[in-house]
Design a protein around this ligand. Structure first.
Ligand code: SAM
Length: 276
């Protein structure tokens, strides 16, 4: 039964798709499809230093995360403005034909619906949510706070995505080392987040931080692993609440609860082609 799947079982999604050859990327940015994995890609990125002190990893709710996520939450965790910003970013940075890993995923996908990927693998903690995600070709369930190893081939993904979930990782250094390992050289990792969270399940360093320190934290998760490029930060903040900065349209949208208010942050890094 799906819910009791042993960790790391790769379930085909209920909507299996045939794998097609990867077409060339025609996006205007300079990210290109990566070369085939070499023997170099087999080496996992080593963790240079720990970012978090032990107390920074603590959660208010110490119950196993799998219990917390045992029932499916068929909700969206951020507002439409955030999702639109994220999908646009994916449109810019991800290419058709890529192999994509959506870490800490759920029943919704933020991938651009018009872009055909070669393979989208999802990971999360609730199999029922993942089975409903329309973009996943495969998925697996694994608690990354009990074991960080991804039983996925080294150098096998062009992109690894993690949306509004990084705050729940208690051993982010090891998870980011695994992300580096599974990325192809030149592959991209995009970690996005806002200011919402399951407060009792977020680590102390996140809960007690500010927007600025959270961006710093994710930046350092990349920097602590040998082999990532210097992270790039994207911020899109909703317009300030003061009447002077709110357009009449915004004011009307807010009146009807339709204005975007979740700030958007993304930290992006690539796997270096050669060790630095
Ligand atoms: C706020 S939801 C975000 C889901 C999805 N990325 C999205 O954008 O809708 C947080 C997700 O983090 C994942 N998660 C939380 N704790 C986890 C853990 N210890 N190990 C693996 N995944 C975890 C759960 O699968 C959950 O769906």
């Amino acid at each position: 039964m799906l819910l009791r799947a042993p960790p790391q079982t790769l379930w085909p999604s209920p909507r299996p798709r045939l794998l097609s050859p990867a077409p060339r990327c025609s996006n205007s940015n300079d990210a290109q499809p990566s070369p085939a994995p070499s023997s170099q890609t087999a080496a996992a990125g080593s963790v240079r230093r720990l970012v978090l002190p032990p107390e920074g990893r603590a959660k208010l709710d110490p119950r196993p995360d799998r219990d917390f996520y045992a029932f499916p939450r068929l909700v969206t965790h951020v507002d439409d403005g955030f999702i639109a910003a994220l999908t646009d970013l994916y449109r810019e940075r991800l290419c058709a034909g890529w192999d994509v890993l959506d870490l800490m995923s759920s029943w919704v996908s933020h991938l651009p619906p018009e872009v055909p990927f070669r393979r989208v693998v999802g990971h999360g903690l609730n199999a029922q949510e993942l089975a409903r995600n329309p973009r996943l070709d495969y998925f697996f369930v694994k608690d990354l706070n009990t074991d960080q190893q991804l039983e996925l081939e080294s150098g096998s993904f062009d992109a690894v995505l993690c949306t509004v979930s990084v705050q729940y990782l208690q051993s982010p250094e090891k998870v980011f080392a695994e992300i580096l390992r599974v990325l192809k050289p030149g592959g991209v990792c995009i970690v996005s987040f806002s200011n919402r969270m399951f407060y009792e399940k977020a680590i102390a360093a996140w809960r007690e931080g500010t927007a600025y320190s959270r961006v710093q934290l994710v930046t350092q998760y990349f920097q602590c692993v040998e082999g990532f490029t210097q992270p790039e930060v994207i911020r899109k903040l909703p317009s300030a609440g003061g009447s002077a900065s709110v357009s009449p349209l915004d004011a009307v949208m807010r009146l009807f609860g339709m204005a975007s208010s979740d700030p958007f942050y993304a930290v992006i890094s690539y796997r270096n082609f050669k060790p630095m």
